[in-house]
Design a binder for this molecule. Structure first.
Ligand SMILES: Cc1ncc(COP(=O)(O)O)c(C=O)c1O
Length: 452
């Protein structure tokens, strides 16, 4: 059979409130053209993020009921710890309330003024936590990552020569660790190849540098390695994931992605001194080491989610449904980052509305146009998210259509494709925006805009 179906049945439904174009126009104005400021009930299809928006399985909900809510040493913690040990091989596993909490612990300990942290591409919270510590966050993507239509299968790879040049330039003693984001969310959700992970590990070994993963989407990355990298197709995806973790000295994970939970995070460490210091900080601001700011039921849901995310029928459906949307847009002549990655389709907004200059935020114009047209919420990943005072302009102006896990069916995705194709036909009427109010950090969450 060539049709790949959603490998689940729907047991509980959540109604979608349909809205009219007039209503949406008013909502958009009231939200100052920032979709983060729109109420979720006013959204028809919500593709703002795949983070924490997935649907939990019946087994996860059963775990929620079974959970042990003891303060210390709860059964639920040990179930969570043992599942994470099995998947990652790490002995030291700290739960945190989400990915950025793991990042905050890590960079409070290893960051600081004068330090430099390279990555294939830092996600916004990672960058913000590094910069908050006083350190500098540097992106080292391969050149192909900047070309939306370049068919390179692993545009998440790091430029290894650039990493070596950076180490040479700033000195290894200023680099507390080298990080790799799998898959690379800011750079189009693109996977990193096993070959590249091994090469970066080798550079780290040469210079005695710790190698860390931002492993939010490790299962999707492992599946894309299986699909695209020579010699990997016959390996079970769990084995590929395990090799990825074996290469690393530590990892931050937002379980809101491949943990398929609504809240949760993980910090994996091998170094006992770092573990000791991170545990102390965890207790100070998150919670005791066997719950890390979560309830026992969250730990149960994570344990089960990390198990389910490595089921190959799930991953096949997951990656294929992302591809299905990307393929429909490409067929209609809409430029996306191609080939699509795991969790989202990234539209090249600069190509979508070439009449809008970068300083008038073409990505934000597409996001607003898509909401106005069909009530679909997407996320700008471009000059709004990464620009601002004293920051280099981002490489690309993108709009991300992030697909929540196990939430939308094929007809929902067809609706999204149709809306974008219609919007493209009238793209000339999209208007640029100017920022009228914005905070200094992470401005995309709260900035206010007006249309020009
Ligand atoms: C690659 C990456 N790293 C880190 C994070 C931060 O995780 P959280 O939102 O759980 O704090 C995200 C969230 O979107 C992400 O995509």
């Amino acid at each position: 059979m060539k049709t790949i179906i959603e490998p689940f049945r729907i047991k509980v439904v959540e109604p979608i409130r349909m809205t009219t174009r007039e209503e949406r126009e008013r909502i958009l104005q009231n939200a100052s053209f920032n979709l983060f400021l729109v109420r979720a009930e006013d959204v028809v299809i919500d593709l703002l993020t795949d983070s924490g928006t997935g649907a939990m399985s019946s087994e996860q909900w059963a775990g929620v009921m079974r959970a042990d809510e003891s303060y210390a040493g709860a059964k639920s913690f040990y179930r969570f710890e043992s599942k994470l040990k099995e998947i990652t091989g790490f002995d030291h596993i700290l739960p945190t309330h989400q990915g950025r909490a793991s990042e905050r612990l890590l960079f409070e300990l290893v960051g600081g003024a004068g330090k430099v942290v390279p990555n294939n591409a830092h996600f916004d919270t990672t960058r913000a936590n590094i910069e908050h510590s006083g350190a500098e966050a540097i992106n080292l993507p391969i050149p192909e990552a900047r070309e939306p239509m370049n068919p390179h299968p692993f545009k998440g790879d790091m430029d290894v020569a650039a990493l070596e040049a950076l180490i040479e330039r700033v000195g290894a003693d200023r680099i507390p660790l080298v990080m790799m984001t799998i898959t690379n969310n800011s750079g189009g959700g693109q996977p990193v190849s096993m070959g590249n992970l091994r090469a970066v590990r080798k550079v780290c070994d040469t210079h005695n540098l710790p190698f860390f993963l931002d492993a939010c989407r490790f299962a999707e990355n492992a599946w894309l390695i299986k699909q695209r990298e020579p010699g990997q197709r016959d390996r079970p995806v769990g084995e590929i994931a395990r090799e990825i973790f074996d290469l690393a000295d530590g990892a931050t994970i937002s379980a809101k992605k491949d943990g398929i939970v609504n809240i949760g995070g993980v910090l994996l460490l091998r170094n006992p001194t770092l573990l000791q210091r991170a545990s102390e900080l965890l207790i100070l601001t998150e919670g005791y080491v066997t719950y890390g700011g979560l309830a026992g039921r969250d730990l149960e849901a994570m344990a089960q989610g990390f198990e389910e995310v490595l089921h190959e029928d799930y991953l096949e459906y997951r990656i294929r449904s992302t591809w299905y949307l990307g393929h429909a847009l490409l067929e209609a002549g809409i430029q996306i980052i191609d080939p699509p990655g795991g969790h989202a389709i990234y539209i090249d907004a600069a190509a979508f509305c070439p009449h809008i200059p970068v300083d008038q935020f073409p990505g934000q114009a597409v996001v607003c146009g898509l909401y106005r047209h069909a009530g679909i919420r997407a996320c700008e990943i471009g000059s709004v998210m990464f620009g601002g005072e004293g920051r280099a302009a981002p490489e690309m102006e993108l709009v991300r259509l992030a697909i929540p896990r196990r939430v939308y069916t094929q007809s929902h995705i067809d609706y999204v494709a149709e809306a974008l194709i219609e919007l493209k036909a009238e793209a000339g009427s999209l208007r640029g925006l100017r920022i009228v109010e914005a905070p200094a950090a992470l401005r995309h969450f709260t900035a206010k805009f007006e249309e020009i």
